[in-house]
Design a protein around this ligand. Structure first.
Ligand SMILES: Cc1cc2nc3c(=O)[nH]c(=O)nc-3n(C[C@H](O)[C@H](O)[C@H](O)COP(=O)(O)OP(=O)(O)OC[C@H]3O[C@@H](n4cnc5c(N)ncnc54)[C@H](O)[C@@H]3O)c2cc1C
Length: 402
């Protein structure tokens, strides 16, 4: 059986799904291929949570899906405390002082995926292929032909790779680049805390990695501890009591005693920079297009902005009938490259600066953090840049619960 579409999207993770939704009023016929259907959210808290920036909330709000998220499972971040490896508080962000309602919100991945999936199932210009596995991709002069393992053939002038860090589309299209492994894992876990977090996030830049606390509703937090492979393996092997003790010690007991909720999990980290995000008939978005260190919590936020920009380029294409035209797709690439590169340079630079035992660097990095903290114009500028400057005009809250 053959199916003709205007755009085939491979991958319905947060980025691919948000792109498909952003294209709902485009008048184009979409196919979305996903190998694994998302599972329904559970009452217990899962440790996969993301910091979502106001720019991303605005994007998700445009297609009406942000409003569908369960507000009781979302926490605002109104302050941020960053500590250098001299143990002192070096930098503090306050949403109000930076002219913002909040710096970010923390949301559960499974909740977001579920709401997106439900919206996709109601989308009229979209055909969902799930569960479906890709077998082969042929890029011809005017068309991309995707064959699925059940022998169904999907044809469209454009295929969008939104299939994550090990993107099959990227490798089939010959757009792969060598990733640079950090030799680190991101260890994530949820805790109940003795003291209230006060809607604040914490970050400790340590020689053995970066420990971040993200607030969840109530007296709960989610942590991401990015540590070198050996240390991460050590952390993962600890009995729960000892794991709690080590996290508490590394955080200088900022939130008092910690009680582990569920089991910790770990993800390998790497940097992936592609020279090109597009070629004729192909565009990459999200982790298929870039991998960044999670210390700034910006991976999926970069992906949402890719989805938003690609949708805008395609919807504003005017008389150009061909969605997969190279010069049209180049507009998307040009619009996204600087933002992606800047985030990769900042996160990679911070990771290298702090995970280094050179004493001269230790002094320089802690002085650097204190200097930023002592210059309000620079600090507020950084906060505003991180959330998207255009959102600063109005100080209204994007957090649906406030
Ligand atoms: C420890 C850690 C913490 C993080 N914290 C944050 C944070 O706080 N904030 C933030 O912004 N980012 C964070 N990130 C980054 C974030 O996880 C990623 O950037 C984000 O998940 C990428 O989304 P995506 O939709 O591009 O890819 P994915 O989430 O990987 O989705 C890809 C989808 O494609 C499907 N798929 C794959 N291959 C195929 C195929 N061949 N055929 C069909 N379907 C396929 C998969 O099933 C999946 O549904 C963190 C990352 C780590 C490791």
């Amino acid at each position: 059986m053959n199916d003709e579409f205007d755009i085939i999207i491979v991958g319905a993770g947060l980025v691919g799904a948000s792109f498909a939704l952003a294209m709902k009023d485009s008048g184009l016929k979409l196919a979305l291929v996903e190998s694994v259907a998302p599972t329904a959210p559970a009452p217990e808290w899962i440790s996969r949570v993301f910091a979502i920036s106001p720019g991303s909330i605005e994007f998700l709000g445009e297609s009406g899906v942000w409003q569908q998220f369960d507000a009781a499972r979302i926490a605002p971040v109104r302050g941020m405390h960053i500590h250098g490896d001299d143990g002192k508080l070096s930098l503090a962000f306050d949403a109000h002082q930076s002219g913002l309602a909040e710096l970010a919100v923390i949301a559960e991945v499974r909740q977001m995926q579920h709401s997106l999936w439900q919206a996709l199932q109601r989308q009229e210009n979209l055909a969902l292929f799930c569960p479906a596995r890709c077998a082969s991709l042929r890029l011809q002069e005017e068309i991309a032909v995707l064959r699925l393992e059940d022998d169904r053939e999907l044809r469209a002038p454009l295929i969008v790779g939104a299939d994550g860090r090990d993107s099959w589309v990227r490798s089939q299209a010959g757009m792969d680049a060598e990733p640079a492994p950090y030799r680190q894992m991101g260890v994530i876990a949820n805790f109940e805390t003795e003291l209230p977090h006060g809607d604040a996030a914490w970050e400790w830049f340590r020689v053995d990695g970066v420990l971040a606390f993200l607030p969840l509703p109530g007296k709960r937090i989610s942590i991401v501890w990015t540590a070198f492979d050996e240390r991460a393996a050590e952390l993962m092997a600890l009995p729960p009591d000892e794991f709690c003790r080590q996290v508490q010690e590394a955080s200088h007991s900022a939130l008092g005693e910690l009680k582990l909720l569920g089991k910790p999990t770990a993800f390998p980290l790497r940097l992936l920079h592609l020279e090109h995000l597009v070629k004729s008939r192909v565009a990459l978005i999200g982790d298929a297009a870039h991998n960044v260190h999670p210390l700034a919590g910006q991976g999926v936020n970069l992906g949402f902005q890719d989805a938003r920009e690609l949708a805008k380029v395609l919807k504003d294409r005017g008389p150009q009938p061909d969605c997969g035209d190279f010069f049209l797709l180049r507009r998307y690439e040009r619009a996204r490259k600087a933002d992606i590169l800047a985030m990769q340079l900042v996160t990679d630079g911070l990771q290298k600066l702090f995970n280094n035992r050179n004493p001269a660097l230790k002094l320089a990095r802690n002085l650097g953090l204190s200097l930023v903290g002592s210059l309000p114009w620079l600090k507020n500028g950084l906060a505003q840049h991180a959330v998207g400057r255009h959102l600063i005009q109005s100080r209204t809250s994007l957090f649906s619960g406030s």
